[in-house]
Design a protein around this ligand. Sequence first.
Ligand SMILES: Nc1ncnc2c1ncn2[C@@H]1O[C@H](COP(=O)(O)OP(=O)(O)O)[C@@H](O)[C@H]1O
Ligand SMILES: [Mg+2]
Length: 277
Amino acid sequence: MQNESLLDVQGLTKVYGNKGSLFVPRKEMLAVNNVSFSIKKGETFGLIGESGSGKTTIGRMVLRLIEATAGDIQYEGKSILSMKKGEMDKLRSEMQIIFQDSGSAFNPRKTIGEQILHPLNKFHSNSDAGYQYNKVIEMLDVVGLRADFYHRYPHELSGGQRQRAGIARALIVKPKFLVLDEPVSALDVSVKAQIINLLIDLQKEFQLTYLFIAHNLDLVAYFCDKVAVLSKGELIETAPTIELFRKPKHEVTQKLLSSILTLDGDLGEYYRKQSAI
Ligand SMILES: Nc1ncnc2c1ncn2[C@@H]1O[C@H](COP(=O)(O)OP(=O)(O)O)[C@@H](O)[C@H]1O
Ligand SMILES: [Mg+2]
């Protein structure tokens, strides 16, 4: 199983543009340029690059939340870009996303429980209210939140708790693949580690495959099997994590690494050890 690829991305390209009008000139922007990578089943694949390099655009194209301009995306050997709506809808429950900003990822007027339930209703309609309630409580437990969080509103939760709720909402439909778009960037260091450890535990428990997006190499050595470095919309280096830490080939990667190695405290020590392997 470990060697089977789950996702194959070939020549993925995205051009953003306005259509232009009499008053606004037509403008195009190449956000992602000819990007290719594969993710194996059960793997955590890190996609790293500075802000604006095209990471979110790639994550969203992979889930078809936005359409690619060119290229191909195969999920379990099937091209998803040519899938019809019905087929794509079926696949949507297998592929979920966790957003960076857990604040705006939730509707402020609905309870956490209602929102965790939402994808279940969308993908697996089961009208039994008792079953649904129990399912949400089970998911809250899986991510380490007590049952009474069901009735709370998003603003009553801390950032870390909201991110846990986001994970529960993604997992309720039993996905196989998760895009984690900077899931811990907005959190304090200690909470970051808790959420990453939770993601590691859940990966084992539910055989998940992750595309982990981040703007630096912080946590990557700890979390990712493979890393791809993105710069200005292009992949400049892809390697198993240990190799990348030992021998970064590209200047941009070296710069990303040196910023980690100057970190103080335990984390800095951890990375110094990693890079000395
Ligand atoms: N909807 C959009 N319309 C036009 N340009 C966009 C849109 N979304 C992102 N961009 C641009 O595409 C580039 C890549 O953005 P993004 O994928 O969000 O990068 P990252 O996630 O690495 O910060 C940026 O220059 C950004 O301004
Ligand atoms: Mg982004």
